[in-house]
Design a protein around this ligand. Structure first.
Ligand SMILES: Cc1ncc(COP(=O)(O)O)c(C=O)c1O
Length: 389
């Protein structure tokens, strides 16, 4: 019988030890021992499948990876120290000098930094498409294009990209579609179902859900993950067993947290839609969202992030942030505590002004990551901060 998301997230765990523990213990060990020289040789030669050294694998990381693979519908995965380690290692393992990437213009600031600052050093160029111009993607493909890359929903604009459309182009040109699924998590959206070849997560966000640890993961086919694994076991970006232990337990509560946080987000978005101090509000499950139909097709719920623009530009934005009392001013997202961020001066500050505008990051834009507090208290805080604008 195919188990439901919640059951897999709670019940999928590594084998119990002789101590018959109910909750999986923490395997805080860098290495593992062998019975004899032959076992050690066979293990290193990969004739025997087992844990050797925690840079390669560890019972806690194995459990976290196996769970995410089942929840995403993937064959295999590798877990990383952070979301950016997952993004970088996935690209570095699979790209060669002279390759080309076609990417959505709206990608996380650090990913954009890899494309613009570091990959050109290795003769890897990137062409960009706007979220409302997916019909231009095919024209950007060159003979040396290796990947189409996107985030959906995007950070911070919560734009939504049609993965089925992109995957049809990728398949036609025999290239890969890679999706950063950080904003949706495996609970809200499974990109593999829509044709993605690899799915990347920053587990630091809603997967952890309590703002405690960093983590990342890439999942996909056995063949592609094997390449990523071989690169990573040499270069060492692996997730620590401690973080994997935390994150695997976090997955147990992901569905209930996401249900509540998405409900809070929809309620806040609806409230802001009619607010006189708000120029615009974007949330994937608002009918006014430009890609509402695509969001409904791809996502179970609209996500936990709402973006909006306050009146009076930079001055209005500053006044809003300075008057916030309950919500946190922080750069993280997906936490149990509601967080408001000013992308233009923080997470996306390194983008040139023209690039910021091209991806819809305006001076007074606020990214709000809804937490688990009561929605009335969140709205009360935002209401009094908006009143000061
Ligand atoms: C969409 C997206 N991808 C990747 C990352 C990077 O994740 P991490 O901070 O875990 O390195 C972030 C972080 O905010 C993100 O929002």
């Amino acid at each position: 019988m195919n188990k439901h998301f919640e059951t897999i997230a709670v019940r999928d765990q590594i084998e119990r030890t002789g101590n018959k523990e109910h909750s999986v213990p923490l395997y805080l060990t860098s290495g593992f021992v062998f019975d004899d020289a032959e076992e050690m040789r066979a293990s290193f030669a990969e004739e025997k499948q087992r844990d050797l050294y925690s840079r390669y694998s560890n019972p806690n990381t194995n459990e976290f990876i196996n769970k995410v693979c089942k929840l995403e519908g993937a064959e295999a995965g590798f877990a990383f120290a952070s979301g950016m380690a997952a993004v970088y290692s996935t690209f570095a393992a699979l790209l060669n000098s002279g390759d080309h990437i076609v990417s959505a213009r709206s990608v996380f600031g650090a990913t954009h930094g890899l494309f613009t600052k570091y990959f050109p050093k290795w003769n890897i160029e990137t062409s960009y498409f706007g979220v409302s111009e997916v019909d231009t993607v095919e024209s950007l493909i060159q003979p040396n294009t290796k990947f189409i890359y996107c985030e959906t929903p995007t950070n911070p604009g919560v734009d939504v990209i049609d993965m089925e459309y992109l995957s049809a182009i990728a398949k036609k040109h025999n290239i890969l579609l890679i999706v950063d699924n950080c904003f949706a998590t495996p609970y809200l959206q499974n990109p593999i179902k829509f044709g993605a070849d690899l799915v990347i997560h920053s587990a630091t966000k809603l997967i952890d859900g309590q703002g405690r640890v960093l983590g990342g993961i890439t999942v996909g086919s056995n063949e592609l993950i094997r390449e990523i694994y071989l690169f990573s076991r040499l270069t060492g970006p692996s997730m620590s067993p401690f973080n994997a232990w935390i994150l695997s337990k976090s997955l147990e509560t992901l569905a209930v947290r996401a249900d509540k946080q998405c409900d809070n987000a929809l309620k806040l978005a609806e409230y802001l839609e009619n607010h006189p101090k708000v120029k615009w509000v974007k949330y994937p499950f608002l009918k006014s969202h430009p890609q509402y139909e695509i969001a409904k097709k791809q996502m179970r719920l609209g996500g936990t992030i709402v973006s909006f623009e306050v009146e009076n530009g930079v001055k209005g934005g500053k006044t809003f942030f300075d008057n916030i009392k309950l919500c946190s001013l922080s750069a993280n997202l997906g936490d149990s505590r509601t967080i408001v961020t000013h992308p233009a001066s923080t997470t996306h500050a390194k983008l040139a002004e023209a690039d910021k505008l091209a991806v819809g990051i305006t001076a007074g834009m606020v990214r709000c990551s809804l937490g688990l507090e009561h929605i009335d208290d969140i709205i009360e805080d935002i209401e009094q901060a908006l009143a000061a604008v």
